[in-house]
Design a protein around this ligand. Structure first.
Ligand code: HEM
Length: 400
């Protein structure tokens, strides 16, 4: 890490092995110097304090979409990826974002989500039943991945036997959001996006005639003031829900199992009266998504810095969540601490619409896991994958 002068500028490769394993010491050093600094490796300023991350995510003068006149042309080899990605609500601002988010929320209701709780519990028990006994195994595929992947497939009404294929498309596509990106990875993401879109299109076309009460059917019907999703918007929304609907939850489950195992006495922290606070502390202490970026949509002065239209800024959620201005001993995993809003689900216009679903999955699955497996132990030190901006375990070998 190099520090250069008053308007601080830092270098820190996001693929440096030590950083990948533990990015928090870097965050701490930089945050101690002030809320916003240039992160050379990204070629943009980054916000590290809780206050600054929150302020930027809530500031409508910043947006998720590059101003069109400044957007670089999309290279042909990732055109299919962008056709899907650029149309998703995550990439839109203002009225276009509000419209897509509003129509999606008409189908993605809290009643529908709460209704999934018994299914989640049954699924968690079934997965625990199948754990190998007497030998170490990887808890990520055996438990963490399965539950959110099956639930989101069921919610959308996509056949469950498609889950492995959906996971494959999703993993290949979301690799586009990590710092380490190359041509091979881009081409794979592009063809995954094309295949995924073709699949959802044919599935949704079939649903038009054979109605069901799943989310895809609801999205086809969702209407607000005579307005409906187009087929391309529906495809982009379904792919976003399928991808966002499991990746981060898988990694939070993994990070949570590590924290609870290392902290000890897990069942105590997962009783019905404590589980909510424990899940929030898991989310705060070691979130699965560490960076989201925004574009300045106009001239902005912020934290002594001038932004021209189109300038980018990174919001480091992982750093904001350990800001000592908000949490005492922020590096300590302490499920008993009072819950204060953290930034793991974002803030402002793009605040995660899956937060109630993710929270419910974690509140249901973690207690079942630790009650059913009171002897759960890590079989090796956890290792994080070289996938920053994701903070995701490579594997999680355990014995039960
Ligand atoms: C622990 C699990 C999860 C975490 C940590 C997480 C985190 C986030 C974050 C940080 C954002 C905001 C991104 C931004 O501001 O640019 C976001 C947005 C979003 N998330 Fe999640 N998420 C999780 C689970 C889910 C689930 C289960 C779903 C859906 C089923 C979901 C669907 C979405 C969608 C659709 C958006 C875009 C909202 C918008 O642009 O208005 N997420 N999520």
């Amino acid at each position: 890490m190099a520090y250069q002068g008053a308007m601080a500028s830092y270098t820190q490769s996001p693929t440096d092995p030590d950083f990948v394993q533990n990015p928090y010491p870097f965050y701490e050093r930089v945050r101690a110097e002030g809320p916003l600094h240039d992160w050379e490796d990204y070629g943009m300023p980054a916000a590290f304090s809780h206050e600054a991350v929150n302020a930027i995510l809530r500031d409508r003068r910043f947006g998720s979409q590059c101003p069109p006149e400044l957007a670089p042309p999309v290279p042909a080899h990732i055109a299919d990826f962008h056709r899907v990605d650029d149309m998703s609500m995550l990439a839109l601002d203002g009225a276009a974002h509000k419209r897509l988010r509003g129509l999606t929320l008409r189908a993605f209701t809290s009643r529908r989500i709460a209704g999934l709780e018994p299914e989640m519990a049954t699924l968690a028990h079934t997965l625990v039943d199948a754990f190998p006994q007497g030998e170490a195994f990887d808890l990520i595929p055996a438990f963490a991945t399965h539950l959110p992947a099956i639930i989101i497939a069921r919610l959308l009404g996509v056949p469950e036997d498609m889950a492995p294929q959906l996971l494959d498309w999703s993993n290949t596509m979301v690799a586009m959001y990590q710092a380490r990106r190359d041509r091979t990875l881009e081409e794979a993401a592009n063809s995954a996006a094309a295949d995924f879109a073709a699949y959802i299109r044919s599935h949704a076309e079939a649903r038009r005639t054979s109605h069901s009460d799943d989310l895809i059917s609801e999205l086809l019907q969702a209407e607000e003031a005579g307005d409906r999703l187009t087929m391309d918007e529906l495809i982009a929304t379904c792919i976003l829900l399928l991808n966002a609907g499991h990746e981060a939850t898988v990694n939070t489950t993994g990070n949570g199992v590590v924290a609870l195992s290392e902290h000890g006495n897990a069942p105590h922290w997962l009783t019905p009266d404590r589980v909510e606070g424990t899940v929030e502390e898991i989310m705060r202490h070691n979130p699965p998504l560490h960076i989201f970026t925004r574009y300045a949509l106009e001239e902005i002065e912020l934290y002594g810095r001038h932004f021209a239209r189109g300038d980018q800024v990174a919001c480091v959620l992982g750093a904001a969540n350990r800001d000592p201005a908000v949490w005492s001993d922020p590096d300590v995993f302490d499920p008993s601490r009072p819950v204060r809003p953290n930034t793991s689900f974002g803030a402002g216009a793009h605040f995660c619409i899956g937060a109630p679903l993710a929270r419910l999955e974690l509140r249901v699955s973690l207690p079942i896991l630790f009650q059913r497996c009171p002897n759960l132990r890590l079989a090796e030190p956890p290792r994080y994958a070289d996938l920053y901006h994701f903070h995701a375990l490579e594997r999680l070998m355990v014995t039960v």
